[in-house]
Ligand binder design. Structure first.
Ligand code: OAD
Length: 255
């Protein structure tokens, strides 16, 4: 039997006209992609993800940081979308005016059939040159996954010889302007925002659900743990993305 919040969330979903799905690392956790709050394991255990994901770390030790991102990229390439990603695609098919906004740098939404999620923090699959204009650089061939803890020198840009860097947003860097503006606009004009698997602490991305709430939208949150978004959410479902979103779709559209 469904509990009351799940029934309420299903009703809100069924009656939504304009939806934003806002996802964080917890969305991909059940695909085997670690979140940022998980401690790094194995040979990466002595490092802190929040410290590796900075321009300062790349400047100080490019081989360490490039090696870490290559390990993550190959790990993500071998991961598969989970039932939560698939449920998001189904929701977007049911509510055609849906915008998926993700903080994740993986491509699991796309591979689950969501064609153009807005990536607020960039992508593991769009490396770029460290030259000022940041022109795109080719993705290294996806050969064997490097052993955990490998230091790998970043490739040199074929055009100008600068080192190549991951195409992600690091702590302290601005978000891509057009993507952030589109996400704010979608949040300000939606009637339902579904926040999934995000700690809601990394700004400015964490503004997105707050913008929706301030603009009068209903906010549903899916997270197994309490977060600072709890007071913003109209309904919180304490569960994992894969289980909860799959259940939500079945409850909202049983036939
Ligand atoms: P975090 O790693 O901060 O938080 C992950 C959230 O997912 C936590 O609230 C967990 O409780 C929740 N969670 C864990 N397992 C889950 C599951 N199976 N289903 C649903 N939720 C689950 O990730 P983000 O909020 O995405 O930025 O972090 C935001 C940004 O901080 C990231 O994009 C990254 C990071 O540092 C940059 O790299 C710039």
């Amino acid at each position: 039997m469904e509990d009351a919040p799940a029934q309420r969330a299903a009703r809100l979903l069924r009656t939504a006209h304009r939806m934003v799905v806002f996802t964080g690392a917890g969305m991909s956790a059940e695909s085997g992609v670690p979140t940022f709050r998980d401690d790094l394991t194995g040979l990466w255990a002595r490092y802190d993800a929040a410290q590796l994901a900075t321009p300062q770390a790349f400047q100080a030790d490019p081989d360490l940081v490039w090696g870490w991102y290559e390990w993550r990229r190959t790990r993500v390439s071998r991961a598969v979308p989970n039932p939560g990603h698939l449920a998001v695609t189904t929701m977007a098919a049911r509510i055609p005016d849906t915008t998926v906004v993700t903080q994740n740098v993986d491509d699991l939404h796309e591979r689950a059939g969501t064609p153009a999620p807005i990536h607020l923090h960039g992508s593991l699959f769009t490396p770029r040159c460290t030259a000022v204009d940041g022109h795109p650089a080719p993705l290294p061939p996806d050969t064997e996954a490097p052993p955990e803890g490998s230091r790998i020198p970043p490739p040199r840009c074929a055009t100008c010889g600068h080192p190549v860097r991951p195409g992600v947003v690091w702590f302290g860097e601005p978000l891509p302007e057009a993507e952030f503006a589109a996400a704010v606009d979608a949040a300000a004009t939606c009637d339902l925002l579904l926040a999934v698997g995000t700690s809601g602490v990394v700004h400015p991305a964490a503004e997105i659900p707050r913008v929706a709430a301030r603009s009068g939208a209903t906010v549903i949150q899916v997270n197994p743990q309490p977060t600072p978004l709890d007071p913003v959410a109209t309904v919180t479902l304490r569960g994992t993305a894969a289980q909860t979103l799959h259940g939500l779709v079945s409850a909202a559209w049983p036939h």
